[in-house]
Design a protein around this ligand. Structure first.
Ligand code: CAA
Length: 388
């Protein structure tokens, strides 16, 4: 019996800022963003959306197909938690009408935790193959204005259904991890934006890749040339390009630059125009690969490098299942991305500065998202979500 990803769907906000607009205001060459970091647009969350509404939007098509009663565990991965105590997934559980006999938990380790959730979900399903586990990863990437991180913001959520005999990706049990206590990127509880040592973070990312890969090849019989494609954590798309060249070099793969680029090219389309979505980003990258690769991927091996600052990294592998192309949500994703609305720099600042009220009074939140779920009010410090 195989275990892995049966279905995948993602969501991002209906607003985006073109990085050309940001470059113009900053009076710098926009090619620094378009070429230098490989990013074109970044999604900006509407005032009435957060990680809960985005996750519910991402998961809704999966739950609709499989039926709410089929899901026995919901795991919510995020580093943009809305509460120190209550798991964001409990709100999602209600919004999606999941069964009361379904466990819910939130997981955190920077951008890595969705991968931990998926591995744990695979273990649960291996023990009870009739069960289906829903993993949602949802984040809003925010840095201070006028910092080098500003252009790498974004937001998005992905929902991944883990089951036995999956229809998309069979996940192999062998993994390679790398954990080290470092301060490359972090967000203390009292801050709404992340702090980052940008250049150091890219170095630690590459070091973690090498170490996790070495541990992976120690555990697996697979070698670099067994893989046709690679999905990387995508803080910005140039990071993945640098990482993949690094991995190819370590392995003396003997491939041309063009071949190396082709192994990741199709994973980058969505992230280039969404921006960083932390926990969701690598899985939006996988969706981009499955939905945009012209080649039939059935039977191909895909390598995954998941990285969470702080840091925990994991390299793992999977095989694309025959008939996968019939189980994708490509038209919905394309339409959602095409229908987004570009914002001006001032509108971007308004979206950026929109604060969560903290005074315990009742605050209605103006309707703005085009998503199906919205944060309608915060009242008495309680978040009130509604289905539109
Ligand atoms: N045309 C083309 N390219 C240009 C250019 C131009 N006009 N101007 C500059 N560039 C190039 C630079 O040469 C550079 O390329 P190389 O990396 O190949 O040298 C690239 O554009 C970026 O320029 P800088 O290095 O000057 O950019 P910066 O220092 O202002 O910012 C950054 C880069 C530090 C990564 C910053 O975006 C940042 O801090 N981002 C947030 C942290 C991050 O994402 N880290 C990634 C690893 S951590 C992680 O993965 C977890 C996570 O999700 C956060």
């Amino acid at each position: 019996m195989s275990v892995g990803i049966d279905e995948i769907s993602f969501y991002t906000s209906n607003y985006y800022l073109d990085l050309r607009t940001l470059a113009e205001v900053q009076q710098i060459d926009s090619e620094k963003y378009y070429q230098g970091i490989g990013q074109e647009k970044m999604s900006m969350a509407a005032p009435d959306e957060d990680v809960v509404t985005m996750a519910a939007n991402a998961a809704q098509p999966l739950v609709e197909r499989v039926g709410a009663d089929a899901i026995t565990t919901l795991m919510f991965a995020t580093e943009t938690g809305v509460d120190q105590s209550k798991a964001a997934g409990v709100y999602v559980h209600r919004l999606l009408g999941l069964d009361s006999n379904c466990r819910v938990v939130e997981l955190k380790q920077a951008c890595y935790s969705a991968t931990a959730a998926i591995q744990m979900a695979c273990a649960l399903v291996a023990r009870q193959p009739e069960k289906k586990v829903l993993v949602v990863a949802s984040d809003i990437a925010r840095y201070d204005l006028d910092t080098s991180g500003e252009a790498t913001q974004g937001c998005g959520a992905v929902a991944v259904l883990i089951s036995a005999n999956p229809r998309l990706i069979e996940i192999d049990p062998e993994v390679g991890n790398y954990t080290e206590d470092v301060m490359d990127f972090w967000r203390p509880n009292y801050r709404s934006t992340a702090l980052v040592d940008g250049k150091y973070s890219t170095k630690i990312y590459l070091k973690s890749l090498k170490k996790a890969w070495e541990n992976f090849v120690g555990a697996s019989s697979l070698a670099f040339n067994d893989f046709s494609h690679f999905c990387y954590h995508l803080p910005f798309s140039r990071m993945a390009e640098k990482a993949h060249k690094h991995l190819a070099k370590i392995n003396q793969a003997g491939l041309s630059l063009e071949q190396i680029e082709q192994q990741i090219e199709d994973t980058l389309h969505y992230n280039r125009i969404i921006g960083n979505s932390y926990t969701a980003s690598m899985y939006i990258g996988l969706t981009s690969l499955l939905e945009n690769c012209k080649q039939n991927l059935a039977g191909k091996k895909v390598g995954f490098f998941s990285y969470g600052s702080g840091c925990v990294a994991e390299f793992f592998s999977g095989t694309v299942v025959d008939g996968y192309e019939k189980c994708l949500h490509t038209p919905n994703h394309q339409k959602m991305l095409d229908d987004r609305q570009e914002v001006s720099y001032d509108e971007y600042l308004n979206l950026y500065r929109h604060p969560d009220p903290r005074d315990g009074e009742h605050h209605d939140i103006p309707s703005s998202t085009t998503g199906r779920y919205r944060l309608a009010a915060i009242s008495g410090h309680k978040r009130e979500y509604v289905i539109c």
